[in-house]
Design a protein around this ligand. Structure first.
Ligand SMILES: Cc1ncc(COP(=O)(O)O)c(C=O)c1O
Length: 456
């Protein structure tokens, strides 16, 4: 009998709850602080930006949070997503390892981002919000929120980081198809955008700047809230449907991972695949190694400082303790736009500090090389962000080959690259360089970190 390639769940097997890792952590993460008072923020401080239901999820320590039925109904458009055994990639690598990947590119936007866009739009609509503002790096998140906003009758305004806006014009067209408005950031629409452009008219933009613009507008109007596609606890929570499904699917395959690999921008798809397995380990089960893969040109987990910092460049957000390159750091314009963020999710950073996860960084050409090998073996063309996970998984499989070990590797193929073909063309033309950040700029950004006294 041949070993199956696809492991599919029925709609009725879709998770009914999201998993909240805050319930199982051996040590609570440091509190989020108000930048003025340096005291922990309360729900009221966040209320101008988010609906109360999401704020409560942000601070919840309940282990399981029920997925509302209207959200599950929309999830059914693409969930449960498939788990594949990468037989052909294994063969191409000549590895004794078994490689499985969870494929999130089957969603309408082409990535994991709708897993949180849909509940965020749902809770906002329930609270009476009329308009959502947001940022987007790869265009995946902006597309996802545009789609979700349309389903719940919300107006959506997306600030797309300038380089990504120029590299991927069709992402904007998809957002407009879903009825949203999309602007290149920095833009003339906000006071902060105008200030940045006055200093540098050709600014390539960054996620930190786009967040500032979106937050600035949301804070000005009662009927407008802000939605973030990564980093925050509630976003990571919503993404746990990925890992919860993968657990069921691996059981169908009679397998359990020795290593789990995910790409990290703000940390949400990585958390989505990894957190349910970390829970299993924390409660006495087998503990897989968990590897976060980040871009060498924006290496918050491997080169950043674990410190309190702002989530945006204009310093409109509260202070969170995370691995950061400094909120004023502008990453070079490499092609994995979704990974060009100066910080990392506080929960992922905390797990790194607790020694529960590892992190590695690879350059963009290393990742494109891995993505092309993957496409030629498995057929799916990964998003440049997802190529980081592919590269991480391939490295683990090659280690297994060197060591003669038949480990099981699970990775999250977080999105397809159908809107990223210009980047692939550049790669094939040999025009893709390994962008490096400016060490002086990094040092300057890190020296500007807010000073927050350590608790006694
Ligand atoms: C396909 C894809 N993967 C990964 C990311 C990075 O985000 P996160 O680390 O929150 O999953 C993005 C962000 O835009 C993305 O579009």
């Amino acid at each position: 009998m041949t070993t199956p390639t696809k492991f599919l769940l029925q709609e009725s097997q879709m998770p009914k709850y999201w998993y909240n890792i805050a319930a199982d952590l051996p040590k609570a993460p440091p509190p989020v602080l108000h930048p003025g008072t340096l005291q922990p923020v309360g729900p009221d401080d966040l209320a101008p930006l988010f609906p109360m239901e999401l704020i409560l999820q942000e601070v919840s320590t309940e282990r399981e949070i029920e997925i509302p039925e209207p959200v599950r109904e929309i999830y059914r458009l693409w969930r449960p997503s498939p788990l594949f055994r990468a037989h052909r990639l294994e063969k191409a690598l000549g590895t004794p390892a078994k490689i499985f990947y969870k494929y999130e590119g089957v969603s309408p936007a082409g990535s994991h981002k709708p897993n949180t866009a849909v509940p965020q739009a749902f809770y906002n609509a329930q609270a009476g919000t009329k308009r959502l503002t947001t940022e987007t790096g790869a265009g995946q998140w902006g597309t996802s929120l545009s789609f979700a906003g349309q389903l719940f009758g919300l107006e959506v305004l997306v600030f797309q980081v300038r380089v990504s806006y120029d590299q991927k014009p069709y992402r904007r067209a998809v957002m407009e198809t879903y009825g949203a408005r999309c602007l290149a950031s920095p833009s003339m629409e906000t006071e902060y955008g105008r200030r940045v452009l006055a200093q540098r008219p050709d600014h390539p933009g960054s996620l930190g700047i786009a967040i500032s613009e979106a937050v600035e507008l949301a804070a000005q109007r009662e009927d407008t809230k802000y939605a973030l596609g990564s980093v925050l606890n509630h976003v990571l929570l919503h993404q746990t449907v990925i890992g919860l499904e993968a657990m069921e699917q691996l059981q169908m395959a009679d397998a359990w991972p020795d290593v789990i690999v995910g790409a990290t921008g703000g940390g949400s798809n990585f958390a989505g695949i990894a957190f349910p397995f970390i829970r299993h380990g924390l409660r006495g089960g087998a503990k897989p190694r968990i590897v976060a893969v980040e871009p060498a040109a924006c290496p918050s987990l491997t080169r950043g400082k674990y410190a309190y910092d702002f989530g945006d460049t204009a310093h409109l957000t509260p202070l969170t303790k995370m691995h950061t390159l400094g909120s004023t750091f502008t990453p070079p314009p490499f092609h994995a736009g979704g990974l060009r963020y100066h910080g990392m999710a506080p929960l992922v950073s905390h797990l790194k500090e607790l020694g529960l996860i590892e992190a590695v960084a690879y350059t963009q050409t290393q990742c494109f090389e891995a993505g092309v090998l993957f496409a030629r073996s498995e057929g799916i063309v990964p998003a440049p962000e997802a190529n980081h996970a592919v590269k991480g998984a391939i490295e683990e499989a090659l280690r297994c080959k060197r060591e003669g070990r038949s480990e099981t590797i699970l990775f999250n193929l977080c999105g397809h690259g159908h809107f990223d073909m210009a980047a692939y063309q550049k790669y094939f033309a040999g025009e893709l360089s390994d962008e490096t950040y400016d060490e002086r700029e990094l040092a300057m950004a890190l020296s500007g970190l807010p000073s927050v006294p350590e608790p006694a």
